[in-house]
Each structure stands twice: as C-alpha cells, then as structure tokens.
Design a protein around this ligand. Structure first.
Ligand code: GDP
Length: 456
C-alpha cells in the first residue's frame, strides 16, 4: 500500500464545467499551511477554529484569482480523517483551475482518482464497503439505488459482516481450546451449538447474497427483452414505456428489424430494454438474423415482456415464441386492450403474470410497474430501510464465505476432529474480510478506488 502519510493532496471536487460554485478540496498534514500561502482573509486559516468558514481572497503571483470561502476541518474530524481545507470559489472552470494550480504551486500534490475516499478508508473513517457505496452513490440513477447506497454508506453492510466475523472468531477460539486438550471428550452440547451457529451464519449470508442480487437489479437495471409476433405492438410498448417515439412503429408486419436498446424508468425501477425483431416461424433472412439476436438476448435477460395482440386469438406463432422463453421471468402483455378481446389464456400460461394494456393509447403502465416489482420482490427491498447494495465483488466474497461455512458444517457432520473445522473457518474469515477491507490486497483496493472520479 502506498504510504499516504506525509503528502498533501488537492483536486477539484465538483463536477467539471461551469457552475454557480466550485470546490477545491485539499487534504493532508500541510493542508492548512499550504492554503494559508494563497489565502488572504481577516485571519489566517491556521488560527481559524475547526469547522468554520473564512471569507477571503486567493492570491497567486501578486494577482487576485477570486474571492472565496475556505472551510477548515481539522483531522480526525474530517472526511479523510486528515486536516482538510475546502475552498469554495466562483464556478467558472478557468478560475477553478487557476486556484487549483495556485494550491499545487504552494506545495500540494494533485490527487489521484478516489484518493480522498481512499485516505478516508486507510484512516479508518469508513470500511471498504462504505467506500464502494460512495462510488455507487455518485453513479446511482434512481431513487431506490440512491437510498440503497446511502444505507451502505451508513454501514448497513459492514455491521452484519463485522458481526459474522466476530462470531466466526469466537467459534475458532473455542475450537483452538479443544485442540489444546485433545484427550477431553467433546460434549454433545458443543457440537450442537457449533452446528446451530454455523447454520445461522449460512442463513444470514444467504439473505445478504439474495439482497445483493436485488440490489444489482435496482442499481444496474433489469435487462428486459420485448418479444412477440410482428405487429402485436412491441415498438409501441417500448415507446409507451420510454415516453418517446424512438422505435419505428408501423402497421406492416416485421418492421422492427434491429435490436433497439433503451434505458427506461418504470416507477422506482430502471429497465434496460431490448426491443427485438418480431419472432415468427417463416421469417425472411434479415428477420431471421433479428430472431437469432432475440434468442441471444432472451438467454441474457432478467425479464421478458411477451407481447400478444389480445384482439386476436392466441395462435401457433405465439406458442412458438412462448416456447423459446424457457424458465425466464416473464410477464405476458395483453396489448390492444382498447379493442375487443379475443384472447383466452392457454393452460400452459396460467401461472404467468399478465398485464392488460394499450400501448397505443398509453393505458396500463401502473399495472406493469406493480407486477414487475412483485416478480422480483423488489417492493420489499426498495422499502427496506436496512437493505444495502451488495456488488458483484462483495457477493462473490459472501458466497465464498458461505461455501466455507457449508464445508465446515459437513466436516462437523462427518464426525472428524473438530479442530479441522478451523481451516474452513479461516477461509470464511478471510473472505468476509475482503468485504470490509480487513483482508484485501493492495491490488483490489487500487482497482476499487480507480473507479472513482477525480476529486472524490
Ligand atoms: P411490432 O411490430 O410488434 O413492433 O408492433 P408495432 O408497435 O409496430 O405496432 C403494430 C401496429 O399495431 C401499429 O399500427 C400500432 O399502431 C398498432 N398498435 C400497437 N399497440 C396498439 C394498441 O394498444 N391498440 C391498438 N388498437 N393498436 C395498437
């Protein structure tokens, strides 16, 4: 790990471009003295109490660059845990960059991507999962994703993981004691308690992993594929959800030949929608290409919207498409509800959720939203204040830990000496440590922080 102690870093913390104000953030042992070299106010920043604002000018090479407000936050009570000065200036990018240069000239080093948050992590201000939540928060695209990231930032993931690690350590300590006295008989209560404890921990991890999958859908969006025969209203449905006239709508069968990708918001959820060429059995070659793509997308999809024209009877072509959908989460869209219905639910589809709507007349989207939330049990997670997002890295670590605990349980059941369990427990401990950052390599840490933008 690079030694961060000693250097003082600076960067523009606000988004690039023109804005009302911009903030230059400076952090490190010399943050305050460096800023005093360019700041002229009624008092120096050195003499300003912590967590106060001082009004003054930034002067460089005898020239006044801007009038600013400088906030002084002395460590450890700051974002990074070090002395921090934040200079709020007028938001023009030229002014902002000149002030940054002045601060660099006065002795600061330009910060790397994510370096402020990395320092916060290294100084114990937050654990790794909280640091990752900062990135998620910056990148979050929906209200639900924001609230999940905020939860994680508050430590909603760290707390249960730290608790699990504690429990595992406790178990391991107990086993070590037993290893020291091998001749003693291990009583049944110990075995039962150990089994129960392992079992509980596996359950907790399973919940975390499951919530993680849901969190991923909320944050990254639900990959959705719209399928159906030509002319049933797939493009119209996409336009309806997206609220634009993006896809080509035509009353001639088979006009949507390409796969159109669209990011749309459905209530609290985000859908990444792929509208595919109409799938039908006697397709011409160009359509056939579209169909192959559609099949590929179906394989990757989280959700299928299977559109049928409810004003016509269900036919073999519908059935053929339906048979492609496999076990995927599917919603049947009974479109053209403004026309008289000639549709009867075939037996094979009775279990599948259905939504009646009219894409053309833009009616029925609320029902689609509700059914989608139910299908992914997302209603509970968007409202669950305790849930946190688990990203892929964290999920893999949690799964690894769960596997190790399952192995431990097996070892226990097979009646081998209990101290053999400690290997599995150690693996579980390591894996969980990578979530909070206790046992994680420099490489992973650097990888995570490089995903940040500058100034964060
Ligand atoms: P696609 O080939 O499945 O993409 O179908 P389109 O979206 O191009 O629609 C085919 C035709 O059905 C167009 O003439 C649409 O205006 C019409 N259509 C789509 N949705 C509805 C609907 O809800 N009600 C009625 N009456 N017509 C619709």
């Amino acid at each position: 790990m690079t030694d961060v102690k000693g250097t003082t870093i600076a960067a523009i913390a606000t988004a690039p471009g023109e804005g009302g104000i911009a903030v230059i953030r400076v952090s490190g042992p010399d943050a305050i003295s460096i800023c005093d070299r360019v700041f002229r106010g009624k008092r120096t920043l050195q003499t300003s109490p912590s967590h106060t604002l001082s009004f003054g000018q930034i002067i460089h090479a005898g020239r006044v660059l801007d009038e600013v407000l400088a906030a002084v936050m002395r460590g450890p009570h700051s974002y990074t845990g070090e002395d921090v000065v934040e200079i709020s200036c007028h938001g023009g990018s030229f002014v902002t960059r000149s002030i940054l240069s002045a601060v660099l000239y006065a002795g600061a080093t330009l910060a790397d991507r994510g370096e402020f948050t990395k320092r916060a992590f290294l100084n114990g201000k937050m654990d790794l999962s909280q640091a990752e939540a900062v990135i998620d928060l910056i990148q979050a695209e929906s209200d639900a994703a924001v609230s999940l990231s905020v939860n994680q930032l508050k430590g909603r993931l760290s707390a249960p993981i730290a608790d699990l690690r504690q429990k595992i350590l406790h178990l391991a300590a107990g086993l070590d004691v037993m290893a020291d006295f091998p001749e003693e008989d291990i009583d049944e209560t110990t075995v039962t308690e150990t089994r129960q404890s392992l079992y509980n921990m596996i359950q907790i991890l399973s919940t975390i992993i499951e919530q993680g999958d849901q969190g991923r859908l909320i944050r990254n969006g639900i990959n959705t594929v719209i399928v159906g025969k030509p002319n049933v209203g797939k493009s119209s449905l996409l336009n309806y959800i997206a609220g634009t006239d993006r896809a080509l709508v035509s009353s001639q069968a088979g006009t949507t030949r390409d796969v159109i990708e669209e990011f749309v918001r459905l209530g609290d959820l985000r859908l990444n929608v792929f509208d595919t060429a109409g799938i039908r059995s006697n397709a011409e070659s160009i359509e056939a290409m579209g169909i192959q793509k559609a099949k590929d997308y179906i394989t990757k999809a989280d959700l299928i919207l299977f559109v049928v024209d409810a004003s016509r009877p269900y036919d073999e072509d519908d059935q053929r498409i339906f048979s492609l959908l496999d076990q995927k989460k599917t919603i049947i869209i009974l479109n053209k509800s403004d026309l008289e219905s000639s549709w009867k639910i075939p037996l094979s589809m009775q279990e599948i959720p259905q939504v009646v709507l009219s894409a053309k007349y833009k009616q029925g989207i609320d029902a689609l939203e509700q059914v989608t939330e139910q299908l992914f049990s997302l209603g509970s997670i968007t409202q669950n204040r305790d849930a946190a997002i688990v990203n892929l890295r964290q999920k893999q670590a949690a799964s690894q830990a769960r596997d190790a605990l399952k192995n431990a349980l097996k070892t226990l059941e097979s009646g081998v000496p209990l101290d053999l369990l400690s290997v599995d427990l150690r693996i579980a401990l390591e894996a969980l440590g990578t979530i909070t950052g206790e046992s994680v390599s420099d490489e992973i840490i650097n990888e995570i922080f490089s995903r940040f933008c500058l100034g964060k």
